[in-house]
Design a protein around this ligand. Structure first.
Ligand SMILES: Nc1ncnc2c1ncn2[C@@H]1O[C@H](COP(=O)(O)OP(=O)(O)O)[C@@H](O)[C@H]1O
Ligand SMILES: [Mg+2]
Length: 438
């Protein structure tokens, strides 16, 4: 059962009413005008708004208010013009006003979108559809930030079983920011996005989904990004955060194309984009024969294809290693593994026996042909202190062994090699400053 707010033409509402009640949903409000609807959103906090797609009802203001309140928005279009208007605003869930309740119901309960009814807006002329630096094409960018500089994208991926993707992504972002770069951390996990709760942030306004929606309508500007992103504030290196979808059922909003365009926009905004991805690499085309069906793994696959560097992490215990090695084969089918750093997380002897580091390295080499890996130790105290405080390891437990190893990895493999230390009389000052920065 869901709580619904309706802002529909009378005849559509009358047609749907019986079905809504029969399916056990509660209508908490009906609004005739946009201001009424905005009041309803803040007062009765419905789960879903079903609104007409006409210009008079549906606008950027309503979409922003739904985002801010964590409310799903479904638009019903009476005409082609209304449909184009809704899709042009970046709205994903747009159905015909004549749709039967059986078509609307799945959107409310599970986010299973009826594929034939999804359309992406036609491409704006100036936008790079591939968004890939590796294509060698001119990168015009979705965000019209006015800058030609493009940042690097790092995707943190790992198989099922919580190997520590979010922990690594957060702390990689923190260490890069602390080195003086601008950074955005984007949660693109369509199964269990958890950057927001880990950093103690509100996830009601799902930043990345909102960015995707704006990218879909070619309006993802720098000021929009600064509006929808949250800031992780820290004296030692603040960074932007685009939180994930609080409700996993919203995954259809993260289509591959929109994710690609959003990543391209982010590159033009900051120096480094860190993506916290989902685990599954299954390409749903093989499961569903419908070419137009939305793909739940599209966001992760797009992130991996668009990024410059992948951090592939696994759990350093027998089960985690076997999961990782199996998934490693799948990863190699999606990307070339020469731009991958392997990180084995939570290395500990209690799970693998004597010399856990040696054992992990040997297993990776023997069964995966992986020659080098970063080994992050088990660090319950550090991880718990960070989660408890909703802070990065750098801020909550700067001396923790996991943080020290992640920082070393970031400096050695993700950031450009620093200029050589000067020699001569100024050398001592340089070293003192460098030490202070650490
Ligand atoms: N090196 C570590 N030592 C101890 N606990 C860790 C370590 N890395 C991650 N964790 C903990 O493991 C859990 C899962 O981590 P998380 O990053 O959320 O995984 P994922 O994003 O892959 O699902 C969290 O509770 C986190 O605090
Ligand atoms: Mg996670």
């Amino acid at each position: 059962m869901a709580t619904l707010a309706l802002a529909l033409p009378r005849r559509t509402e009358d047609r749907l009413l019986a079905d809504i009640v029969e399916h056990g949903h509660a209508i908490v409000a009906r609004a005739a005008t946009v201001p009424d609807l905005l009041d309803v959103l803040s007062e009765s906090a419905p789960d879903v708004v079903i609104a007409g797609a006409a210009r008079g009802t549906l606008g950027a203001e309503l979409i922003a208010a739904c985002d801010a309140n964590g409310v799903r928005l479904i638009a019903l279009a009476e005409t082609d013009a209304d449909r184009r208007h809704a899709v042009g605003l970046g709205l994903f869930e747009v159905l015909d006003a004549s749709a039967a309740w059986s078509e609307i119901q799945p959107l409310i309960v599970g986010g299973i979108v009826i594929p034939s009814r999804i359309e992406d807006p036609s491409p704006p002329v100036a936008v790079s559809r591939t968004g890939s630096a590796r294509t060698g094409s001119a990168r015009t960018g979705t965000a019209r930030t006015g800058s030609m500089r493009t940042g690097s994208v790092i995707a943190v991926w790992g198989p099922a079983g919580s190997p520590g993707r979010t922990t690594l992504a957060i702390n990689i972002a923190a260490e890069i920011a602390a080195a003086g770069h601008t950074v955005v951390l984007a949660d693109i996990d369509t199964y269990s996005g958890s950057v927001a709760p880990t950093l103690g942030m509100l996830d009601e306004a799902p930043g990345f989904a909102a960015a995707c929606r704006l990218a879909g309508s070619d309006s993802l500007t720098r000021s929009e990004l600064e509006r929808i992103a949250q800031r992780y504030a820290s004296p030692s290196g603040a960074f932007w955060v685009l939180t994930g979808i609080g409700r996993p059922s919203r995954w259809p909003e993260l289509s591959g194309e929109r994710v690609t365009r959003t990543i391209d926009a982010l590159r033009h905004w900051v120096d480094y984009v860190v993506l916290d991805t989902g685990f599954s690499l299954e390409s749903d085309e093989e499961i569903s024969s419908d070419l137009f069906a939305p793909r739940r793994n599209a966001a992760t696959l797009a992130g991996l294809r668009e990024c410059d560097h992948v951090v592939a992490c696994g759990l350093a215990d027998p089960v985690g290693m076997s999961r990782f090695l199996r998934a490693w084969v799948d990863l190699a089918e999606v990307i070339t593994t020469d731009r991958v750093s392997v990180v084995m997380n939570r290395v500990r002897s209690s799970a693998v026996g004597l010399d856990p580091r040696g054992q992990v390295v040997q297993a990776l080499r023997r069964f995966g042909g992986i020659e080098s890996a970063v080994l992050v130790p088990q660090d319950q105290q550090g991880a718990d202190a960070a989660v408890l405080a909703g802070r990065t390891l750098r801020d909550a437990a700067p001396k923790s062994p996991a943080r020290v190893r992640i920082r070393r990895f970031v400096r050695a493999e993700l950031l450009p090699v620093p200029a050589q230390a000067p020699t001569g009389p100024r050398a001592r000052v340089w070293w003192r400053r460098a030490a202070a920065a650490r």
